[in-house]
Design a protein around this ligand. Structure first.
Ligand code: URA
Length: 226
C-alpha cells in the first residue's frame, strides 16, 4: 500500500510534510527536502526543534556565494549575528574576512559561510549535543545545495558537529580530512585568534596563516584540474 493511501486512511492526505518538519527534532529532515536556501531559511526561522528557538531574534543561516567552491562552518551565532541574521559579522567575522582576503578569497566569489547551530545559545555557551543534533540536518542540506569541494571547519565544535571527530583542534588543525567525498580542513576558530594575538612563529595566528595558504593552494590545484 502506498504511503499516500495509508495517510488518507487517517484522513491526513493533505498534510504538507515540509510544514511539519521544523517543529519537532524527532521528525527527520531527509536529503532533498529543500530546493533552495530561501525555503530552508524560512524553516529555520520557524524552527522549534530545540529550545534555542525560543530565545533567538533571527535564525542565522548563511551568507556568501550560494555556489561557492569553499564553505566555512562555524559554531553558532553570537549577539551581532542574532541581531542581524547573518553569520560571522561581529569581531570574529571581521577577522575571518581579513584571513580570507590575505589569500585573495572572498564571500562574494569563493566562499559561503554557515554554522553548526542556527540560533544563538544563551550567553554564547557551546551548543549542547542535543541542540547540535537537532540542527545538523539543516547544515547537511546547505552543504548539498551549495555543493562545495572544500569545507573549512572553524574550531572543535564545528569539527565534532559535522564529522564526529573528537580530537582537540590543536591536534588536527591544518590536516585534510575526507568527509562524504569532500575535502575538509579543521582550522582555529577566529575568536581563539582574537584571544591569542601573537604572530610569532608557532603561535595560533602563525599556524592559521600556514593553514589558509594550504587552502588557497588546494583550491588552485582543484581549479587547475577542472
Ligand atoms: N562565531 C561562530 O562560530 N559563528 C558565527 O556566526 C559568529 C561567531
Amino acid at each position: 500500500m502506498s504511503s499516500d493511501i495509508q495517510l488518507s486512511l487517517f484522513g491526513e492526505s493533505n498534510i504538507n510534510q515540509k510544514d511539519q518538519i521544523p517543529t519537532d527534532a524527532k521528525i527527520p529532515i531527509p536529503a532533498g527536502t529543500y530546493t533552495n536556501m530561501t525555503e530552508l531559511a524560512q524553516h529555520c526561522n520557524q524552527c522549534q526543534r530545540c529550545e534555542l528557538g525560543q530565545t533567538r531574534t533571527h535564525a542565522v543561516v548563511g551568507r556568501g556565494n550560494l555556489n561557492a567552491p569553499i564553505m566555512i562552518v562555524g559554531e553558532a551565532p553570537g549577539q551581532s549575528e542574532d541581531e542581524t541574521g547573518l553569520p560571522f559579522v561581529g569581531r570574529s567575522g571581521q577577522l575571518l574576512e581579513k584571513i580570507l582576503a590575505s589569500v585573495n578569497l572572498s564571500t562574494e566569489q569563493d566562499v559561503y559561510i554557515g554554522n553548526i547551530n542556527k540560533c544563538r545559545p544563551p550567553n554564547n555557551r557551546v551548543p549542547t549535543p542535543n541542540e547540535m543534533a537537532a540542527c545538523i540536518p539543516y547544515l547537511l542540506e546547505q552543504i548539498r545545495l551549495v555543493d562545495p569541494q572544500i569545507i573549512l571547519l572553524t574550531g572543535a565544535t564545528a569539527v565534532k558537529g559535522l564529522t564526529g571527530e573528537k580530537q582537540g583542534i590543536t591536534k588536527i588543525r591544518g590536516q585534510w580530512i575526507e568527509w562524504e567525498g569532500r575535502l575538509c580542513m579543521p582550522i582555529f576558530h577566529p575568536s581563539y585568534l582574537l584571544r591569542n594575538p601573537s604572530k610569532e612563529k608557532g603561535s595560533p595566528k602563525w599556524l592559521m596563516w600556514q593553514d589558509i595558504q594550504a587552502v588557497r593552494a588546494k583550491y588552485d590545484e582543484i581549479a587547475g584540474d577542472r
